[in-house]
Design a protein around this ligand. Structure first.
Ligand code: 4NP
Length: 152
């Protein structure tokens, strides 16, 4: 596996954290892995991550402020080996874009990296407080550790 794409709704809260956390771990370990993130919706395209995500990451020593939100595109299925979705709604959207079985096989839930097949959602923190972002960080931190442990 050489590339991972994190996908949520807006690409401003959850998937930027996933991208930032995994990139930080990969850099620390000196691994070579292409990492990016995207959203299923176009609402926030071109924006920086939500400042609550940026703050949560910064407190852990990770700078995600330079990321820019973009929407998922068909070519992502060619460019990435693994496409990790935040929740069931995002899963349905992404699956609806797939062209064939090869594309479908690349799509999995972020939290399935920790508990395969559980399809646990990373809850949308957008309408809540800072604590929701801390929870997202903790979940994704564990998922990314597990992903790298099982990397083939
Ligand atoms: P994300 O969070 O999908 O984790 O980036 C959201 C960001 C924006 C909205 C919903 C969720 N929104 O409704 O604008």
């Amino acid at each position: 596996m050489k590339s991972v794409l994190f996908v949520c709704l807006g690409n401003i809260c959850r998937s930027p954290l996933g991208e930032g956390i995994l990139r930080d771990k990969v850099n620390r370990k000196g691994l070579d892995l292409k990492i990016d993130s995207a959203g299923t919706e176009s609402l926030h395209v071109g924006e920086s991550p939500d400042r609550r995500s940026t703050k949560t990451a910064r407190e852990k020593g990770i700078d995600i402020s330079k990321q820019v939100a973009r929407q998922i595109r068909i070519s992502d299925f060619d460019e990435f080996d693994l496409i990790l979705v935040a929740d069931a709604q995002v899963y349905r959207e992404v699956i609806s874009m797939t062209r064939n079985e090869t594309d479908k096989k690349k799509v999995d839930f972020m939290m399935n990296m920790l508990k395969p097949g559980s399809n646990t959602a990373v809850p949308d923190p957008y309408y809540g407080g800072q604590d929701g972002f801390e929870k997202v960080y903790d979940m994704l931190n564990r998922a990314c550790d597990s992903l790298l442990k099982n990397l083939k």
